[in-house]
Design a protein around this ligand. Sequence first.
Ligand SMILES: [Zn+2]
Length: 425
Amino acid sequence: MTSFDLETYTQGLTDFITASPCAAFTAHTLSEIYSSQGFKPVDPSQPWPQKPGRYFLRRKGALIAWIVPAGSPKGFRIIGSHTDSPAFKLKPTPDSLSPDGWGQLNVEVYGGMLPNSWLNRELGIAGVVYDRSGRCHLVRTGAIATIPQLAPHLDRESANKLELDRQQHLHPLWYVGSSQRRILEVIAEQAGLNGAGEISSHELYTFDTHEPQRLGTNREFLASARQDNLLSVYSATQALLSLAEKDFQGENILVSAAFDHEEVGSHTETGVAGPLLEQVLRRCALTENKPDAFERMLAESSCLSADVAHSVNPNYPEKHDPDTRPMMGAGPVLKLNASQRYATDAQGWHIWEDAARRCGVKTQCFVSNNAVTCGSTIAPMTATRLGITTIDVGVPILSMHSAREICALGDQVEIAKIMQSYLQK
Ligand SMILES: [Zn+2]
């Protein structure tokens, strides 16, 4: 059951974040949610479903869900988001032993993280392994590792200026002594395999094992890992499910697309620059049996691209434009950028305003301070790949790209309402 009641929504959101320590798990969690709500999994190697209904396609760390109404759909209403977050990824040779007998993990940096935020935390490992028969297993450990920060006594400079060498200073440690453990033995055990020799390949990431926690005297804030971008994945899912429950029969095919690899540029098989979304939309359109149905439907389509936005940080108020001050807790944010690092144009802006007006939600804008470059997300790629009006939006958060991020819970419900309103028109 979906609910836009704050308490129910918050419980669902925190459960979702906890269940999704990395992209592969996010896609898995989504597939369980959609299956439980009557969405049918689609196998792309089989003939495409021809009937109206609810479907989803999961591919590795990405998942696209959609609702096909009865009759001839006019176009697509798409909400885009991403399943991945910055983390450390285990190298193919993940074990190292220091001369002093520390068992450490060899890791690469995934995404534009703030490495300092990963220090002194209790880390688990999660991801996928393939066994020798080619079967894929999802695995997740408890807290088994940590990256200890150097004491200030041993580096007087570090109290004011922390420098972390990405090769040298960020190895998680996970045991000390002479046991010579191997991390893949632990992973194999989690996967129910008969030892590390059974593991053929792996994609494994660190995650912070600390549970999400509400804070504030009114408990109005949420601190947790991976808010970028599980907040948007969750709100898009709730918006789509709310309409499925009501048996909403509109004129458009409603789509929620959660892509992988946004944090590393999206140019992958399951990233937004890949063919996944277009393939789903094209095959949905082909059920119309008209040669130009796909192009005709695209001409009537739009996409709301949802990713977190920058709230004004009270300790760095000068980083935002002096007249445009998006604040956490003051509503969802529309993102604009003259250089089109955000895809919103005037038509998209109108679509957003109209959707917000219809559900009575107050919104804010983000535009950069001209002296501070802004980020970018999946929207410009959706716009250029499909040629449809794309609107960059999101909820304002603090501590973006930290291992633990902060949002205001009220904004989460509000953006889900706008998404629902957007999908309905
Ligand atoms: Zn993001």
